[in-house]
Design a protein around this ligand. Sequence first.
Ligand SMILES: O=P(O)(O)OC[C@H]1O[C@H](O)[C@H](O)[C@@H](O)[C@@H]1O
Length: 560
Amino acid sequence: MRQERYVGRMSPIWQLLEVKATEHMRRHPNDWFQADGNRAARLSGHAAGLSIDYSKQRVTDDVIDGLLALAEERGVLELRDDMFNGVHINGSEDRAVLHVALRNRSNRPICFDDKDVMPEVNAVLDHMETFVDSVQSGEWRGYAGDPITDVVNIGVGGSDLGTRMVCRALGSYADRGIRVHFVSNIAPSDLASKLAVLDPKTTLFVVASKSFGTQETLANARSARRWFLESAPHEEAIKKHFVAVSTHTQRVRDFGIDPDNMFPIWDWVGGRYSLWSAIGLPIALFLGMDRFKRLLDGAHALDEHFRLNTGRDNLPLILGLIDVWNADFLGSDSLAVFPYGTRLGFLPAHLQQVMMESNGKRVRIDGQPVDSHTSAVLWGGLGTNGQHAFYQLLHQGTRLIPSDFISAIRTHSPIGSQQQQLLANLVAQSRALMLGREREDIEAQMRAEGADEATIARIAPHRVCPGGQPSNTILFPQMTPEAVGALLALYEHRVFVAGAVWQIDSFDQWGVELGKQMANELEPFVGSDLADDDFDGSTRWLLDEIRQHWTAEQSGDEEG
Ligand SMILES: O=P(O)(O)OC[C@H]1O[C@H](O)[C@H](O)[C@@H](O)[C@@H]1O
């Protein structure tokens, strides 16, 4: 049972962990490695083909035990079971959370409101397969009789990031003769730069929007339709060039897309968890339905790991608890994600939405304020590039910054010894961040190099690296669809675990509404002479600056 009376930070387990944290921040993690030759073997594991080392975290066995006790107190595994059983765990929207059903390759019945969802899930996968096969085989023709060569996904947030991330990650599998493009931003240059290189006769637009009400997506989709109709002979041609993914049939129809060309998703799929649904259609069009299913297989293997294991054997559980430890007990504010290998370049952006939109909350599911911090700020970028840019702050700055190092071991495109060098850099960076370098060591080296004592005294302090920066390292044999599926599911469940400890609703996102509402209110005032006296001073000043440089061509007159 989840804790009946929430005691938050007053819980003895929480308080014990606070004492441990104070002790641990005084220790250097290298001492733990020195004292225990088995540390890495114990604080690491395997899940669904991923090798995960968390031994460089500032944790000891008693901390892990304490965190597991905290998970028990907060009912984390009960909530996990509720999720897999279709309980409405998204309380503020009264919805079940069943992205795991989308990749339930075992076909085990998963019930939601007493109905097995698997037949519907499988029917959509079949529809996708038929469509993808006909596009890839060239049977599906554009209005002028040409096969499709380019797919443009128009969507934003969860209807963009995951799909985009996976297409980049698995780009070395792209052998089906289809190119894929992504348009998400309402900034006109995003769409314009893509349309400039496309031919309407051979282009297929996938309008991806769970709600089919998102301003950016609808604006881009309308503009794409206008562009298309400038060359297409008649509106009927839209049928062959526009498909939609949504929960909302009527809005899709109103937009002018044939409901036969609509792939449904469901309210029980959160946007940021939706790449496994028909939102992932561009992945299948780009890579083949067989690869899309292998992606689902990988995620399913990780789901089974999460569903069936407890305690230290459950790696998403452990990683989620370590995130809580770093944020709430060690006082770190951020989590840096460093994929090595350019194909994972969009991973930080996707995970930003998964983690920060899920766990960036300030009230618990019962509406009461949380009494600890919640989600870290997730940021990151590619190794090795980041090493020559912002890693300096991790090595010598004043903040504790936990990081994740991620890489495939083998590359699909070996060149000389570059992969070896890449992996050496990955292992070296997490090692350097953990070990650091002491002043005595630096002084001894400088002396050996013949530096005089005055120079040593002046320079040595600048070269000290304190070490002690915690990290996880996640490796997998190769960037296969299965590995990418497992990696993404690992993060999803890790976020789930931390959210469950904080007892927040990880599946709503009310905070994003305010800005959308204000943008709609402000639009008529941008570049116009409407009286804006009711706004605050900063807003009026900004509107005035815009007005001074505005030209008539910036205001579109298009609608519908
Ligand atoms: O798929 P859509 O309904 O167009 O939503 C796209 C995105 O926009 C919203 O503002 C939400 O914050 C995201 O969670 C969602 O993924």
